[in-house]
Design a protein around this ligand. Structure first.
Ligand SMILES: Nc1nc2c(c(=O)[nH]1)N[C@H]1C(S)=C(S)[C@@H](COP(=O)(O)OP(=O)(O)OC[C@H]3O[C@@H](n4cnc5c(=O)[nH]c(N)nc54)[C@H](O)[C@@H]3O)O[C@H]1N2
Ligand SMILES: Nc1nc2c(c(=O)[nH]1)N[C@H]1C(S)=C(S)[C@@H](COP(=O)(O)OP(=O)(O)OC[C@H]3O[C@@H](n4cnc5c(=O)[nH]c(N)nc54)[C@H](O)[C@@H]3O)O[C@H]1N2
Ligand SMILES: [Mo]
Length: 893
């Protein structure tokens, strides 16, 4: 603690604070231009000159000393600062003052320091020109003051190192490193340069000429990182989105989706009316009134339930929707449809995480906070590509690596982070369990295991050692196709680290042995004793969808009620039945893949799908098509007419995340508020309102009028969320579960007082390597891996309806250059990919990112229906599809 005086006011600050921090802590405003609290201070613009302990000094770079006296209004210092500002603006055209003050620190500084438009001597036609090649970012070179903030943001925060200052003296201007047009540079469009620019030299192209009238802080609705966003709006809708400064997760950073991809909201093909079929299947979908559609759905669901029982109806809820919507949906399924047949896309994604981490440690969630990455000195990144799929996390990892942390990557592809890794274990798809066991063996054999921790806090070491007996690095290397020595090298770096952290993604879960993968990976954290300890960094699964953690937490799952309380336990059912006034069905329900199977046998007759495009995202699309066709009645609730909606009997038009109220839970178990920044288009209702109306139409009582009421009912019935409420979140910002009561601060780090298992110990898993469901053979010699690309999101329904489509216009098949050459394929040549289930044609993209014999593509475009190819193999424990391994054949098309 340092104590100083600012203009006579006593101020206490942290030891690392600067004079500027103290001035701001005293509640005084001091204009700055080159300063950004997210960056290393530069002290180059000199407009923050003040007097401190008698000397004139730049406030932003001067560290505090105990007892310092600071005079931020000292006449001589401020006059020199004014001179510095006058010198800066003398080169700028006066139109620099045209920007609205909230977004221009220059405009604010001029107003506060009395610098006028007549001090601007730069001509309108200085002629350095505008680069408007990029769909979102415009560079107006004549407004650049070469402060270097954008360059520092790109390097220090984003970790892309794309921008630099080029030219000399007053001609210095920011440029994408290679000097060509911005759009052709390696820029990843995170927008942090725009966000930091103090003059408007860099601006958000889509916001040009619009002035916002309101700003709403909400949580991003794309991936599971949970970035806080400020959404700026006018009467016509969203003007721009900026990352919320000082927010706990993203700390003022964002990515191309959250920051820019909001244009889909006003897309001309938004669903705005319910659709029904007048004359049943085969007749076209036609617009209907809400009353007509709700009455029809209520009547059909009631008829099928009463004739065939609740088990004849299935509901797939949405990880895109809020907690309150998921809570209401599972309550609807259980009380009105009288079935536990409810699931969500966690099934296709991180169900093995929930099962695996639950079995190893106790809770179905990541063990630590994202912030713990700040102290990690070794990052084991497995089967995840966060630079594309969780960019804010990818950037933070890059920053740690730049600061000296070791990086170990386990991925068959050479991803951007594999490129900078100390060791890249490039194992064959499906070989994880072998690799993790190999690492475990070296940790134990070479004395890196924390024996005291293992003794005190875990069970199963002897069984694990028995399995590791035949997983030495040589055998593991053979299975995975990697050198045994690189397994040893990785284990040693992980073993020697003081604070190793494990970060992982779908490359671990979406496999026949996905849960085994999670468990054998969790073993490594236990062997090092880094879970449930105050300075441990734990295991962080990079959950996928914005609210996939929450949808599962809310009980949109067939075997658990909210908070993972088991349907099979009578006491749990009793408590919910009592509160809801309807008995909760006893039998756990069907998982998504089993719902399709039941539809084909006639056991499932109706399917209600909220915010999920089954025909695009579930594996073996042909099978899904047949299952939907076999159902008597299919309802799709979406913001667009997805393929699944096209195949449905009724379509309800739903509101999107920027239009609704509630909460999401991110990958660190963090509840955060979602607030409506704009109204939905006329005729569109939120998922909450639709379900609410439907319950009423079926003669039921939803039990609460609004999302806040849903959250409080959930909190009353769910011990781990007992202290969560909208009121508290509004006041405190965010809360990580477990949060059992109103006075509880939430739990950033799990298991400090013991694991949440019966014996309070973590369970080491003894699982041997087993081969994947599909392996290449003479007929299908290639392994296709499917995953994600930066600019598009899952089925692409949102991002393809924004200028992100200009950033990535089409899908490709990525293949090793040698394989391309052997097939006579050059960049862009059409290639037919055939699996045992289907085929499609994509342009070839030869790249060394992909290993020989392997292929990679995503599933973001309707023209590339990847899931026509994928198989119905699923994780043995959780039924998560084996999306990461499909045997295929290639042919020039
Ligand atoms: N831009 C963008 N961001 C997204 C999404 C999106 O569609 N686009 N989707 C969101 C969703 S729902 C999710 S779940 C997350 C997913 O985020 P990630 O899990 O990072 O995404 P993927 O690209 O599917 O797969 C990750 C990596 O697993 C590797 N992999 C494949 N097989 C194996 C294997 O056997 N072993 C190992 N060790 N690695 C393997 C792949 O090569 C790939 O690099 O992203 C979320 N964020
Ligand atoms: N081949 C292959 N397939 C995969 C994967 C893979 O790696 N490879 N990954 C799998 C994974 S991890 C996942 S999570 C799934 C994702 O698959 P999906 O969940 O089907 O994909 P999304 O595009 O995220 O969203 C589904 C639908 O929700 C709609 N939507 C968005 N917001 C809302 C809302 O607020 N309310 C409503 N009602 N609708 C909304 C969108 O328009 C879209 O049509 O895909 C899986 N499929
Ligand atoms: Mo996902």
């Amino acid at each position: 603690m340092t104590r100083v005086h600012v203009a006579g006011i006593p101020v206490e600050t942290t030891e690392t604070a600067t004079v500027l921090d103290a001035i701001r802590a005293a509640g005084l405003d001091l204009p700055t231009l080159c300063h950004d609290e997210r960056l290393t201070p530069r002290g180059s613009c000199r407009i923050c000159l003040v007097r401190a302990d008698g000397r004139v000094t730049a406030a932003c770079t001067t560290p505090l000393r105990e007892g310092m006296t600071i005079d931020p209004r000292d006449a001589a210092a401020r006059e020199t600062a004014r001179g510095a500002l006058e010198l800066i603006v003398s080169e700028l055209p006066a139109r620099a003052l045209d920007r609205p003050a909230p977004h221009s620190e220059l405009v604010r500084a001029c107003a506060q320091m009395g610098v006028r438009d007549t001090d601007f001597h730069g001509t309108e036609h200085a002629g350095r020109g505008v680069d408007d090649s990029h769909p979102y970012i415009t560079l107006d070179r004549d407004l650049c003051i070469a402060c270097g903030r954008c360059v520092a943001m790109c390097a220090e925060v984003q970790g892309s190192f794309v921008l630099e200052l080029s030219g000399r003296g007053f001609d210095t201007v920011v440029a994408p490193g290679d000097g060509g047009p911005w759009a052709q540079s390696a820029c990843v469009s995170c927008g942090s340069c725009v966000d930091t620019c103090p003059t408007g030299a860099l601006s958000d192209t889509r916001a040009a000429g619009r002035a916002e009238t309101a700003t709403t802080t909400t949580t991003c609705g794309y991936c599971g990182v949970g970035c806080a966003l400020d959404v700026h709006t006018d009467n016509a809708g969203v003007v721009s989105v900026t990352p919320t400064h000082g927010a706990p997760v993203n700390r003022g950073h964002a990515c191309v989706k959250g920051r820019f991809a909001h244009g889909f909201l006003r897309s001309g093909d938004r669903l705005t009316q319910p659709l029904i079929r007048s004359a049943g299947r085969g007749s076209p979908l036609r617009p209907a009134t809400w009353e007509e559609a709700l009455t029809l759905v209520a009547a059909e669901l009631t008829r099928i339930r009463d004739a065939h029982g609740g088990q004849a109806i299935g509901m797939i809820c949405s990880a895109r929707a809020t907690n309150e919507e998921n809570y209401l949906a599972q309550k609807f399924a259980r009380t009105m449809l009288r079935t536990n047949n409810i699931d969500n896309c966690s099934r296709l994604c991180h169900a093995p995480t929930a099962a695996g981490l639950g079995a190893s440690f106790g809770f179905a969630g990541g063990t630590n906070s994202f912030d713990d990455l700040d102290r990690a000195d070794c990052i084991l990144l497995v089967g995840a590509n966060p630079t594309e799929a969780h960019p804010v996390v990818g950037s933070r990892i890059m920053a740690r690596v730049t600061a000296g942390a070791r990086l170990l990557v386990v991925d068959p592809r050479r991803t951007a982070l594999a490129e900078v890794a100390d060791v890249h274990l490039r194992g064959r798809p499906g070989s994880n369990v072998a690799v993790f066991n190999g690492l475990a063996r070296v940790l134990l054999e070479e004395g890196y295991a924390d024996r005291a921790y293992l003794e005190a806090r875990t069970t199963g070491l002897a069984e694990l050692e028995a399995v590791l007996h035949d997983h030495n690095p040589e055998r593991v290397g053979e299975i995975a196709g990697i050198p045994a020595d690189s397994v040893r090298a990785a284990a040693r770096l992980f073993g020697r680290a003081a604070h190793p952290v494990i970060v992982y993604g779908l490359g671990v879960t979406e496999h026949l042995h996905g849960t085994d993968g999670v468990r054998t990976l969790a073993n490594l954290a236990l062997l090092r004793g880094t879970v449930g300890t105050p300075d441990g960094c734990g295991v962080l699964p990079l959950r996928g969808q914005n609210n996939v953690q929450g949808a599962s937490d809310m009980g949109a799952l067939p075997d658990v009620l909210p908070g993972y309380q088991k349907v099979a336990e009578a006491a749990v059912r009793e408590r919910f039945s009592h509160a809801w006034g309807v008995p909760v069905p006893e039998r756990p329900g069907l998982r998504i893949p089993a719902m399709f199977g039941a539809a084909l046998t006639g056991d499932l007759r109706a399917l209600y799908v909220i915010g999920e495009d089954l025909l695009t995202s579930d594996p073996d699309a042909g099978h899904v098509r047949a299952a939907l066709a076999a159902c008597e009645f299919v309802i799709s609730q979406d913001i667009f007419l997805s393929r699944t909606a096209e195949a449905a009997d009724v379509v309800f038009p739903a509101a999107a995340f920027l239009e609704k109220d509630g909460t999401f839970v991110n990958f660190e178990r963090r509840f955060q508020r979602v607030r409506a920044a704009v109204a939905p288009p006329p005729g569109v209702r939120s998922d909450f309102d639709i379900l609410h109306a439907l319950i009423t139409a079926m003669g039921g009582d939803p039990g609460f009028p609004d999302p806040a009421g849903a959250m409080s009912e959930c909190a009353r019935l769910t011990p781990v969320f007992g202290g969560i409420s909208h009121g508290r979140l509004d006041a405190e910002g965010s809360l990580q579960w477990p949060c059992p009561d109103r006075g509880h601060p939430g739990t950033p780090t799990l298991y400090l007082e013991g694991f949440a298992t019966v014996d309070r110990r973590a369970a080491l898993a003894a699982r041997p390597y087993l081969p994947p469901g599909e392996t290449p053979d003479a007929e299908y010699p290639f392994v296709l891996v499917t995953g994600r690309r930066l600019a598009h999101y899952n089925t692409g329904s949102m991002t393809r309806r924004t200028p992100n489509a200009e950033l990535l216009p089409a899908e490709t098949l990525d293949l090793a250059p040698g394989d391309a050459a052997a097939l006579g394929l050059s960049e862009g040549d059409p290639v037919e990919i055939r699996s045992r289930r289907g085929h499609l044609v994509l342009p070839a993209r030869p790249t060394a990112e992909v290993a020989p014999g392997q292929l990679f593509t995503a599933f973001h475009f309707p023209e590339a229906p990847t899931n026509e190819l994928t198989s119905r193999h699923t994780d043995e424990i959780t039924d998560c599809p084996e999306y990461k391994v499909t045997a295929v054949a290639l042919r020039r098309a």
